[in-house]
Design a protein around this ligand. Structure first.
Ligand code: NAD
Length: 436
């Protein structure tokens, strides 16, 4: 049996650790964040992800899953070492690989086995794995033979565990067929198609996939503007397009633009990579521009409706960048809130899971409510930013009841125009005709 160590117990590292232990492996997750490790020792995940706490407890109790903040403990005896640390955006937008290089140095310094395979889960620009390998070789104390495998992650927050167990594919990129075969064997119990390729192509597949998905979102968002102008309905258009199997219905949901910890940073990193390689990715540039514009759409609609927004009171429903997660990294909701504040609007917000993280990020600049009802009370307008089930099924009659004059700016097209038409609500959504 292999001893697997995962460096970084965040969204990707922890989910990977939990799922690998669930299929029978012995896994140690190492994170330098003491608080995170302390919380994991109590069997509770440091972030919200459906189904995670149950699987975490199960595998800790079965003595297959361990946590430590000591690289020394985590790496002694490990023969398969996953790197799943963050690769965030720097202030100038470029990718920050500091944690990746630190993880590589930790492996060189603390791994005690002579033969190790290092598996990179983190999203890194093409060529980074070669640098990781060089760093490990340079700092290695005990390691004699090491190979590197790129195994990029495709899980989505909010459905992460399901995404691992029922993935469309697992990408295994390596220039060493023997190591690739070992990683394929480790993943076999997931019973998911495995595509093996070379190291650089695997790195490229991750960026290309995210860029393509971002492109689908920006494409439908740009069409949404045209639909509003020509009297079409983007929801109908998306269904009709998606029925074509060459197009597919997923990621054709018009809204307030993509956010989260991956698409914004990965599109940026890919553009940078292309510039460094002397290539122009014109489509990607357009995708990113459309997305930036899309974050402004709801505020523009509100300004058109009210004239000035100064002194108005707004309710914001949804803070996370998508439903079923408490992650607010690059959430369009936070960007829109900041824009509303700049326009002199006072805000009361509600989110089923993301309020603590929002308080940490923007503090008391806004007020927080304990329910949708409380959020709506005495407000002049509502902004719907995240389509949590609780929000999209909230009865329209309640808006009528709780607000003096209900005005909704729905960034997720939660309600059908047909339903809205039965109420005295002024309703503005994305890519559809307004109702008032
Ligand atoms: P995260 O911020 O949630 O977690 C990263 C963790 O690494 C943190 O807990 C941090 O304390 C820890 N860490 C940093 N340096 C360390 C070190 N030297 N040793 C030990 N621990 C260290 O990040 P994430 O969302 O899990 O993303 C990780 C990578 O996976 C990124 O490259 C990201 O682009 C990629 N990815 C993320 C997702 C997602 O949905 N979050 C999906 C696919 C791929």
């Amino acid at each position: 049996m292999n001893n697997i160590t995962i460096i970084g117990a965040g969204h990707v590292g922890l989910i990977t650790g939990v799922c690998l232990s669930d299929i029978g492996h012995h896994v140690t997750c190492c994170d330098l964040d003491q608080e995170k490790v302390d919380q994991l020792h109590t069997g509770i995940s440091p972030f919200y992800e459906p189904g995670l706490d149950e699987l975490l407890k199960k595998n800790v109790n079965n003595h297959r899953l361990f946590f430590t903040n000591s690289p020394e403990k985590a790496l002694s005896d490990a023969d398969i070492i996953y790197i799943a640390v963050g690769t965030p955006k720097q202030l100038n937008g470029d990718i920050d690989l500091t944690s990746i290089y630190k993880a590589a140095r930790m492996i060189g310094e603390y791994a005690t086995k002579h033969d190790v395979i290092v598996v990179t889960k983190s999203t890194v620009p093409v060529g980074t794995n070669t640098v990781i390998k060089q760093i490990i070789q340079k700092t290695a104390r005990k390691i004699r033979n090491m190979t590197i495998v790129s195994n990029p992650e495709f899980l989505r927050e909010g459905s992460a565990i399901r995404d691992v167990f029922y993935a469309d594919r697992i990408i295994v990129g390596s220039d060493c067929p023997e190591s690739a075969a070992i990683i394929e064997e480790i993943n076999k119990p997931f019973n998911v198609p495995i595509f093996s390729t070379d190291l650089h192509s695997a790195e490229m597949i991750k960026y290309s996939s995210n860029a393509f998905l971002a492109m689908k979102i920006s494409f439908i968002n740009e069409l949404a503007h045209l639909c509003e102008k020509v009297g079409a309905d983007i929801e109908e258009v998306a269904v009709g397009m998606g029925l074509d199997s060459r197009i597919g219905g997923q990621f054709l949901k018009a809204g307030i633009g993509y956010g989260g910890s991956c698409f914004p940073k990965d599109t940026h990193a890919m553009l940078k990579m292309s510039e460094e390689a002397g290539e122009k990715l014109d489509i990607l540039k357009a995708v990113m521009n459309v997305n930036r514009r899309q974050h402004d759409v709801l505020v523009e609609k509100a300004k058109n409706y009210f004239g000035s927004l100064k002194g108005k009171r707004a309710a914001v429903l949804g803070l996370s960048f998508k439903p079923n997660t408490d992650d607010i990294r690059e959430s369009p909701s936070i960007l829109i809130i900041n824009e509303l504040l700049k326009n002199g609007v006072s805000i009361t917000a509600y989110d089923p899971k993301a309020m603590e993280n929002t308080k940490k990020m923007i503090g008391e600049k806004i007020q927080y409510a304990a329910s949708i009802e409380e959020t709506l009370t005495d407000t002049d307008m509502v902004f719907i930013h995240t389509d949590w089930d609780e929000i999209k099924t909230f009865p329209l009659s309640q808006y009528e009841k709780l607000m003096n004059k209900p005005v909704i700016f729905d960034g997720r097209n939660c309600y059908s125009l047909n339903r809205v038409s039965a109420y005295k609500i002024d309703y503005f959504s994305i890519g559809r005709q307004p109702h008032f």
